[in-house]
Design a protein around this ligand. Sequence first.
Ligand SMILES: [Zn+2]
Length: 101
Amino acid sequence: MIMTAGYRCGKGTDMEDQKCKEKKLKKKVGLLVLIDVICEVTIAFTILNEVHDHTLYECPECGVKFVPTLKEFAFANHTPKTRKLTCPNCGSKEYCEESYR
Ligand SMILES: [Zn+2]
């Protein structure tokens, strides 16, 4: 019997058919997981970007208000109301208080 290159189950023995169906299912699940991960990363990045665009930080040392880079903002240690950032004015690395703009 000649098998074609496509994924058509139900042509071989029961065992081959079972394996074929399993392969198809694994492919579908893999694709769904990939789509899910892409969606989650996109949503997380959108939220992060939105929060970054609307926040301002005040240096506790010199009082200057500044906007950190997105990279510094994303990876800095933080509490719900503060974030550990380097002040662009005095260079101190402290927990700066967050405010909205
Ligand atoms: Zn400062």
